[in-house]
Write a protein that binds this ligand. Structure first.
Ligand SMILES: O=P(O)(O)OC[C@H]1O[C@@H](O)[C@H](O)[C@@H](O)[C@@H]1O
Length: 279
């Protein structure tokens, strides 16, 4: 079921670049750079139901990444309603800000006061997604987090990621650490792919995601790690909100802080940003 207009925000910059954001989950659902097609994958089987996850776009994982802790998988931010804070179209760009504060629901499972802000800025062939967290309580808080970006690809077989070579990663499928020796090529026998890796200490190193002539540069600030995830056909078949072939049309490249949780003292803030630019 598509979102009603009061539950989503559509923003178009003067140059035609546009985004669509859902208040459910504070989730970016669409990014069309100026003169270019959709860059994000959004599953046609996504459900837009309170308490459920929307499969695609840029879910916000907070305050826990995946099931690495006692909270619901990927935390609660992606299944709660966010408030719109502002929307503006400037001379060269368009910007929207959404907010999520602690509530009875969040405090019942995570006893902390916080304010999260998601700011999305679109202009030309560039997109900035910024997540800020302020500790508004009187005790120290700690969290892990990710901007779980689902990139749309035409055929995963043609995709490569440059910039990860030489980094240590945790393979969440094999539950083992390994070293990425070369650029990551997603070319391979269809049907054998099942990729779920946390690359540690990527920091601000740019990544290049290439698919034939399409080249997307991804950079991040504030986030230490990068997660690369694709469910492959077998896991995809078990995901009720994905079509069976959906795995071959998406690749998640997530800006994350997992290895070293972020700790905030009362009154302190943290900001993380993922920026994408279509060359
Ligand atoms: O199905 P979910 O809860 O949206 O999670 C999707 C995937 O998200 C990735 O970030 C994790 O590394 C995977 O382990 C996980 O399966």
């Amino acid at each position: 079921m598509p979102l009603a207009s009061h539950e989503s925000i559509q923003l178009t910059a003067p140059d035609g670049a546009s985004v669509s954001l859902s208040l459910h989950g504070g989730q970016l659902l669409s990014w069309k750079p100026a003169g270019a097609p959709e860059q994000l994958y959004l599953s046609p089987r996504s459900e837009y139901v309170p308490g459920k996850v929307i499969r695609g776009g840029v879910p916000v994982c907070f305050p826990q990444f995946a099931d690495r802790g006692p909270l619901p998988k990927h935390g609660f931010a992606r299944t709660l309603p966010w408030e719109p804070v502002s929307q503006e179209v400037g001379k060269d760009d368009a910007l929207a800000v959404l907010r999520l504060r602690d509530s009875d629901t969040t405090r019942a499972i995570w006893p902390h006061a916080f304010e999260l802000e998601l700011s999305v800025r679109v202009s030309g062939r560039a997109l900035d997604v910024e997540l800020a967290c302020e500790n508004t309580g009187d005790a120290t808080l700690q969290f892990t987090t990710a901007l779980h970006t689902y990139l749309r690809v035409a055929d995963l077989d043609d995709v490569s990621i440059e910039g990860l070579a030489g980094l240590r990663y945790f393979d969440s499928i094999k539950q083992a650490e390994a070293l990425q020796r070369m650029d990551l090529l997603l070319t391979g026998e269809k049907g054998v792919l099942d990729l779920d890796r946390i690359y540690f200490g990527v920091k601000e190193k740019p990544l290049l995601v290439a698919e034939n002539r399409r080249q997307l540069v991804i950079t991040q600030q504030g986030f230490d790690d990068v997660v690369v995830w694709n469910p492959g056909p077998e896991r995809c078949a078990k995901l009720a909100d994905m079509p069976p072939e959906g795995w071959s049309e998406m690749l998640c490249v997530e800006a994350a802080s997992i290895g070293r949780p972020i700790e905030l003292q009362p009154g302190e803030s943290w900001v993380g940003r993922q920026s994408m630019s279509l060359l």
